[in-house]
Design a protein around this ligand. Sequence first.
Ligand code: C5P
Length: 239
Amino acid sequence: MALTKNESRPPVLTIDGPSGAGKGAVSAAVARRLGWNALDSGAVYRSVALAALERGVAADDEQALVELTRNVDLTFRAGSDGIGVFLGDREVGGSLRTEEVSVMASRVAAIPAVRAALLELQRAYRVMPGLVADGRDMGTIVFPDAELKVFLEASVEERAKRRYNQLKEKGESVILSRLFRDMQARDRRDRERSVAPTVPAADAAVVDSTHLSLDEVIGHVVGLARERFGDQVPKDENQ
Ligand code: C5P
């Protein structure tokens, strides 16, 4: 059923899934085509992790991490190249993708009180004309009442291959079999953790991108958004 413009609450489309499924690229492109805001919740956890590393907070000091999370001055706003991630006045986007930050982010993300402290910050991005939110628990925990939920999957072989090609393009030397093993381990940790595990919401549309191109996935998700949101999404969006 398509929603009408009379709905006063800003509409939300959530895109969850395991790492390497293409959530980031799909979410950014869909948000652009719908003219909606975008929330990259992985960048939220990565920013908290970066702040913790910079301040020398240990990964097992839960109290200090929760305190830091409550006080973190994190914003997404116009940066040097589109929407930038800022800690205070400092644009930190370029520092968020290191291995050190990735590891710290997943440790920080496993602390229930840290996740709770970030709920309000994430929900504040639900503003008109709408929000595309990507992560692991957008449809299950952060926006359980989202009008459209997508769970984006791809086989672990395909996700490892995509990550391998990305890293190779950046000139990094990587071993495919190791990436594959690491990804399997990370999947298991994310799926089986007790707090906000990476599982599809009961009412999510599961999209398997293993045999689809990025453009095909974007087109499919935009199609789902049109069906669900009707005239809340522009008809002549930029392709
Ligand atoms: O998606 P991305 O790889 O940037 O996420 C970084 C880390 O943050 C992941 O390892 C994941 O465990 C965590 N995360 C999370 N919940 C989210 C988004 C990310 O636990 N909604």
